[in-house]
Design a protein around this ligand. Structure first.
Ligand SMILES: Cc1cc2nc3c(=O)[nH]c(=O)nc-3n(C[C@H](O)[C@H](O)[C@H](O)COP(=O)(O)OP(=O)(O)OC[C@H]3O[C@@H](n4cnc5c(N)ncnc54)[C@H](O)[C@@H]3O)c2cc1C
Length: 425
């Protein structure tokens, strides 16, 4: 007798349970009525960087008028639904959200859509030939499992599945392969936040002095911090590790240790120098260092900075974005921003999700086919969610007709997304 709890054959397998992967799996299950969908996630919860890297808040996903008033919501569909469900549970205020509520919302959405979720399984291999992926290998506590499907979505953020299946990938910026810095996010509690907000200049000055005196080796130019939903707790997104390879475990190990030292330096500085932080305590560091940029697929189309600066809208556009080109210097100090006009946006073509030569694999999230500069804009969670919704929809439509992922009519993907409440420009 087969144990359906342990099925190894699916119609669609999605690798990676971040915003892109969750949206891909839910969209695939909803669009492909009756199709069996498996979502494989290496950690023990859904949410991706919001979960494993403690990333918060959502960056801007709407156009705005000159006064900053929101005009058009660009990330809707499944992302809008997640925001709505977070609100129902009291887990969101403005763009700040509760990661714990998010985990529950995503568990519920996957369960309702009929997605089978497999936690604690790392996709570590693929059986593929001639552009066709037959199965993936996933490492669990008892060894390697083989899981097969007719279609796959790579939402691992690092393009692991595409790389393991032999599709061409690129790492980092075009001129030297360097990626945006890695950052270990952390939370500090027991802060008098009213006083702290008045002391931000003091904090920044103290930080520059610490850098000058060698009290920290953090190359970042200032301290970046955000409010949280919890009283007295501040979120810090400010460690900076440069020139290490985010897909090399040895480099990642070095990065984790160096970033933890930077965290300790900043907590010490807060306690000693910043009014409102005298009795502060380090509540948590993320369980893994956050990777802004790593491998990207080489897709049927690679979106460029000139195109997004011109706010191009494509016939096969499947998601819309106007978040800044926000580049944390891959070499050290400095962060550059290119801001779009508040009321304009660009769209992202479906072809950016199709690895060159792929018959049954799509990519979604921050590993799609774009240049280093474009990745610095599309990488935010709301947009990754919409890219996932598009990939899951594309995979389900391909599964419905049995065609290759490149043969799916983009107009059908666009129609399905808008029909489900999404926005494609
Ligand atoms: C430090 C930092 C700060 C950021 N700040 C913001 C911010 O303030 N606001 C914002 O909107 N965005 C921010 N971002 C960007 C954003 O968090 C990410 O780009 C986005 O979450 C990417 O979504 P994703 O679904 O593509 O990947 P992820 O969210 O990274 O999800 C990928 C998932 O796949 C899993 N996985 C990976 N490899 C495998 C494998 N081989 N097998 C199985 N599972 C696997 C991972 O565990 C993870 O759950 C930040 C990113 C970083 C690193």
């Amino acid at each position: 007798m087969t144990d359906s709890k342990r099925d190894t054959n699916y119609d669609i397998i999605v690798a990676g349970g971040g915003f892109a992967g969750c949206a891909a799996a839910v969209a695939a299950a909803r669009t492909g009525t009756g199709k069996k969908v498996l979502l494989i996630e290496k950690s023990g919860a859904l949410g991706g960087a919001a979960n494993v890297n403690l990333v918060n808040p959502f960056m801007r996903y709407y156009t705005k008028d000159p006064e900053g008033k929101p005009l058009t919501v660009l990330s809707r569909g499944i992302f809008g639904e997640i925001v709505g469900r977070l609100a129902e549970k009291g887990g969101i205020r403005g763009n700040l959200f509760s990661e714990e509520t998010l985990k529950t919302v995503l568990d519920e959405m996957c369960a309702e859509a009929g997605v089978k979720v497999l936690f604690h399984a790392l996709v570590c291999g693929a059986d593929a030939s001639d552009g066709f992926v037959k199965s993936v290998s996933a490492a669990g506590k008892s060894g390697i499992m083989t899981l097969s499907a007719s279609y796959f979505v790579d939402a691992t953020a690092d393009a692991d599945l595409s790389f393991l299946a032999g599709f061409p990938c690129r790492l980092g910026r075009e001129k030297d392969g360097l990626c945006q810095p890695m950052t270990l996010c952390f939370r500090v509690g027991n802060i008098d936040t009213v006083l702290f907000r008045k002391s931000l200049d003091i904090m920044q000055r103290a930080y520059l002095e610490a850098k000058e005196s060698g009290a920290t080796d953090n190359p970042r130019e200032n301290i970046l911090c955000f409010d949280t939903l919890s009283p007295g707790v501040v979120h810090f997104n400010t460690t900076r590790i440069v020139k290490l390879d985010p897909v090399d475990p040895f480099d990642l190990s070095e990065a984790e240790i160096a970033a933890r030292r930077q965290v300790a330096d900043i907590v010490k500085l807060l306690r000693e120098k910043v009014p409102g932080c005298e009795e502060c305590v380090l509540l948590s560091t993320a369980s893994e260092i956050g990777v802004r940029e790593s491998r990207m697929i080489d897709g049927l189309y690679t979106l460029t900075a000139d195109e997004i600066k011109a706010c191009c809208r494509f016939d096969d556009g499947i998601a819309a974005c106007n978040y800044d080109i926000d580049i944390h210097n891959p070499e050290g100090s400095g962060t550059s921003h290119y801001y779009f006009k508040g009321n304009d946006y660009y769209t992202i073509p479906y072809r950016c999700l199709v690895p060159s030569g792929s018959k049954n694999l799509l990519a979604a999230g921050r590993c799609i086919s774009v240049t280093h500069e474009v990745q610095a804009s599309v990488r935010i969670m709301p947009v990754c969610c919409c890219l996932g919704e598009a990939a899951g929809t594309g995979a389900a439509l391909a599964a419905g007709s049995g065609c290759g992922v490149a043969e799916v009519a983009p107009s059908a993907v666009r129609a399905a997304i808008t029909g489900a409440g999404g926005f494609v420009g």
